[in-house]
Structures are given as structure tokens and as C-alpha cells.
Design a protein around this ligand. Structure first.
Ligand code: RIB
Ligand code: CA
Length: 316
């Protein structure tokens, strides 16, 4: 079967970086490009990290287009460093990338690529959705042309991780999420309800590091700060692979429990700003606007992730 052609819009970010590696380790996926956005850390570092991780994985041929430095309306989020470290990739140290981002802005790159090959590209957003929202506003024709959007974001029955009521990617730019949710694009939502069931443990990382490889060492060093954060604040031995789980939509969709639901996002600016909620009782009479992953076999996904990382580590 032909590999699925994807573009990832991203704010790397530790789990973002692991997503690139999983995509590159998976023959079912053809990673066409990365577009960067500010989120976990500022746009300079997210763009640098995207280039550096591709270089680590011998994939510098994949274009990186730099995107928005600020959300549409909200102030820039400042909380990512506690989770992802001041570099954005934990304790991992990667050389300055030799490659540069392309000249085109991420918004224009997304518009050009999606219109050039209608129904061919699947977009994965694993950070705030500022770039996609502005691309929709600038060129509404990308809505019928985009094959599918798979997004990491939101918290449906789960509590939030940016505020008690809101997940980070949505809370960082709730207005962008509102534009995307109401665009008509076919959306698959991978919220915290599923991603918090996918915990990479220190034992998993030790198993991977039986292989002497810069990839295995990167996974160890990049997740070190992330693991400390989860142990200190959430009492977990491990860290949630929020972003990498999105790729299981291609790699192992049978792991998910999906429901078609109408999901909206609070942009009222109050205590629940960025809250994402599903109309389970159908009181709004609005049709479902997305397929929502409300559960997943998390440990089975982690096994898949480690096997793919072992495979990539044996090559690099
Ligand atoms: O809530 C998890 C999301 O926020 C992930 O995309 C992580 O990288 C952070 O951006
Ligand atoms: Ca992210």
C-alpha cells in the first residue's frame, strides 16, 4: 500500500521531536514537510529544533517552513520551558543545523502544497493551530482540498494540562482552534483523554538504550526533563507521548475507540477559555464535526513506538 503523505505542523517540543522520529521510522508514512509554530517555546527555537532533529535522523532533505511567532489574539504562552527545557528538546544537545528553513512562510507553504495536490495531503497539527487557521482565512479553498486533519489537542472528559479546563495546544491559541473546528475540514481529534494513557517509562527508555545509537540517546536525553516534570507534578513514572500518538491513526487505528461528536471550544476569555467540549447529549442539534479518540490501548502504542525507535536506532 502506498505510504500516507503527511505534513506536520509543530512546536518542537520533546514529544513533537519524537513524532518526527516515529514518522521517519515508519514505512507507512511519507513525511513531506514540517511547518513550525511557536508554542512550547518561541518560533526561533521550534524552527531550529525541527531542522536539528531532521538532521539527527539523516532527513535534512525534508523541507521546514517557519510559521507564526504569536497566537491570533492570546498572549504568547510562557509555560513550555518547565516541561520541554529552555532548548525545547529537554537535555538533548544537537549541533546547530546546517540546513535552513525554506524562504516561504508556513501559511503560504501549506496553501501551495494542499492546493497543488487536492485530497493527497494529510495534515497533522501537534501544536497551537495558528498557521492552519490563518491559511484557512487566507485561502478558504484549502478546506475542500485537504484530505484530512489529525490534531493533537483538547481535553473532552479529561481535565486540562494548561489550565484545569484547557489543554495546552488549544489554550495557547483558542481562536485558531475555533476557526479550524468550524471550518468543515474532516478532523480526527486526539485529546488528552487518549494521550495520557500513553506513558513512556524509564524502563522503556533503558530498553531502547541497549542499542548504542544517537537516536536512542536523543530519546533518553530529550525526555529527561519531561520525565522529571511528570514525576514532580503529576506523580507519573514516565511521560505522556501526546504528539506521537497522532501517528497511530495511520500506524494502528485499531488501538483507538472513536466517537463522532460535535466539539466546540470556549473563546469567551473567562476561566474556561480554551475548554473543548463535546455535545454528547446532542442538545445543539449540530452535526458531528470531528472523530474523537476517547480511549486508546496506550501500552500497545508505547510498545509500537519503542519497536519503531529500536528499528530506527539500528539504522542510525
Ligand atoms: O498538551 C500536549 C501538547 O502540548 C503537545 O503537543 C505538547 O508538545 C505541547 O505542545
Ligand atoms: Ca507539540
Amino acid at each position: 500500500m502506498n505510504p500516507k503523505r503527511i505534513i506536520i505542523d509543530t512546536d518542537p517540543g520533546v514529544d513533537d521531536a519524537l513524532t518526527f522520529l516515529l514518522a521517519l521510522a515508519s514505512p507507512e508514512i511519507q513525511l513531506e514537510a514540517l511547518t513550525t509554530v511557536s508554542g512550547n517555546i518561541g518560533i526561533e527555537k521550534t524552527t531550529r529544533n525541527a531542522l536539528a532533529v531532521l538532521e539527527l535522523a539523516h532527513a535534512s532533505h525534508i523541507p521546514v517552513a517557519r510559521g507564526c511567532a504569536l497566537p491570533l489574539v492570546s498572549p504568547l504562552h510562557k509555560s513550555g520551558e518547565a516541561v520541554h527545557g529552555s532548548s525545547g528538546i529537554g537535555k538533548a544537545v544537537l549541533p546547530e543545523p546546517k540546513s535552513q528553513p525554506i524562504d516561504q512562510h508556513a501559511i503560504d507553504y501549506l496553501i501551495e502544497r494542499i492546493l497543488a495536490e487536492p485530497q493527497e495531503i494529510t495534515l497533522f497539527t501537534i501544536g497551537p493551530m495558528t498557521n492552519l487557521a490563518l491559511a484557512i482565512r487566507k485561502e478558504p479553498r484549502i478546506v475542500p482540498a485537504l484530505k484530512e486533519l489529525v490534531m493533537m489537542g483538547g481535553a473532552i472528559r479529561s481535565g486540562g494540562n494548561a489550565t484545569p479546563l484547557a489543554e495546552f495546544n488549544i489554550h495557547a491559541d483558542p481562536h485558531a482552534a475555533h476557526i479550524v473546528f468550524h471550518s468543515g475540514i474532516p478532523i480526527t481529534l486526539i485529546p488528552l483523554d487518549a494521550t495520557y494513557k500513553c506513558l513512556l517509562t524509564t524502563a522503556d527508555v533503558e530498553r531502547l538504550n541497549r542499542i548504542d545509537s544517537p537516536i536512542a540517546r536523543f530519546v533518553r536525553d530529550a525526555t529527561a526533563v519531561y520525565m522529571d516534570f511528570y514525576k514532580k507534578y503529576e506523580g507519573f513514572d514516565g511521560c505522556a507521548l501526546h504528539d506521537p500518538l497522532t501517528l497511530a491513526v495511520i500506524l494502528a487505528p485499531e488501538l483507538f475507540t472513536f466517537e463522532d461528536q460535535h466539539v466546540d471550544v470556549d473563546i469567551s476569555g473567562g476561566v474556561s477559555n480554551g475548554n473543548t467540549f463535546a455535545d454528547f447529549m446532542k442538545v445543539s442539534k449540530r452535526p458531528a464535526n470531528m472523530k474523537v479518540a476517547l480511549d486508546v490501548r496506550g501500552r500497545d502504542f508505547i510498545e509500537l513506538f519503542i519497536e519503531r525507535m529500536e528499528s530506527l536506532s539500528r539504522k542510525i
